[in-house]
Design a protein around this ligand. Structure first.
Ligand code: UDP
Length: 139
């Protein structure tokens, strides 16, 4: 059975360009409720831990540098079938492959600087949400 929560980040590229409002609007129009949300900045250690699964990949250093270069918005979102539906809303990792109407189609610039993160499983949604928010911050 799929869960009803996912975790997202509006990445530094999108925050720098002033797209927080536009992206939150697409999230709301997609039917997601905000459970938790904050503007924060990842340390290098945070980004290395968050993306540890990619540590052997050639883009890992660039990814950590990108994700720590400025503030991000971290949020937990709620909706029935949240993980899968949010992955659909954000679109493919590479914006060149992202469908019309997706967040990455509209706001991402490259496969690396792709505007938003969305958890890829219920298990990771719970881990990633807990990484950023205490239980008392989850509404
Ligand atoms: N990424 C990258 N180069 C690549 C693949 C991924 O810089 O060739 C970055 C990109 O920011 C992506 C993140 O690493 O969002 C995590 O990659 P993943 O394959 O998990 O994609 P996602 O789940 O974010 O679509």
């Amino acid at each position: 059975m799929s869960g009803n929560r996912t975790f997202t980040m509006i990445k530094p590229d999108a925050v720098e360009k002033g797209h927080i409002g536009g992206i939150l609007n697409m999230i709301a129009e997609g039917g997601f409720r905000i459970v938790s949300m904050k503007l924060t900045q990842l340390t290098v250690a945070d980004a290395q831990q968050f993306y540890a699964i990619h540590k052997e990949r050639p883009f890992f250093g660039e990814l950590v540098e990108f994700m720590t270069r400025g503030p991000i918005v971290a949020a937990i979102l709620e909706k029935e079938n949240a993980v899968e539906d949010f992955r659909t809303l954000i679109g493919a990792t590479n914006p060149a492959d992202a469908a019309e109407g997706t967040i990455r189609k509209k706001y991402a610039t490259s496969i690396g600087e792709n505007a938003v993160h969305g958890s890829d499983s219920d298990e990771n949604a719970a881990i990633e949400g807990a990484f950023h928010f205490a239980g008392r911050e989850q509404f």
